[in-house]
Unconditional design. Structure first.
Length: 131
């Protein structure tokens, strides 16, 4: 959802640049078939857990999203469109967890999604202290 009251800053320095955006909803359903492999091992005295994921996904629902916007001072409307989303895509992911000591572990995760018209990458890392 795009909330017209929060999506863009108001009170532009040049008044004609104030932009009002109409609410827009997009609904999608993602169905996937895939698998995951897990590997456990040891490095020195540290336990290691890793995983690899592969999923084939089909996206149903809204593939093309158009937003309505208007410059307030000019009463001029624009209709920006998102890139059309592909219905077929493949997702690959990797994660790892290294236990450093009792209740302390480092972890990473990386995921990527590929389709004909786009590639998406996500990743994060951290250290967790359990107590």
């Amino acid at each position: 959802d795009i909330d017209p009251d929060n999506a863009w800053p108001t009170g532009a320095a040049f008044e004609p640049l104030n932009l009002t955006i109409s609410p827009q909803h997009a609904y999608q359903t993602v169905i996937g078939v895939g698998g995951q492999a897990r590997f456990d091992g040891q490095i020195e005295d540290w336990n290691l857990e890793t995983g690899l994921r592969l999923t084939f996904e089909n996206v149903g629902g809204d593939q093309d999203i158009t937003t309505r916007a208007r410059f307030d001072a000019f009463n001029v409307g624009v209709r920006p469109r998102t890139a059309k989303l592909d219905a077929e895509r493949i997702a690959v992911g990797f994660d790892g967890k290294l236990y450093l000591s009792e209740g302390v572990f480092a972890h990473i995760r990386y995921d990527t999604t590929h389709s004909e018209s786009f590639i998406d990458h996500e990743g994060w890392a951290g250290i967790t202290f359990e107590f």
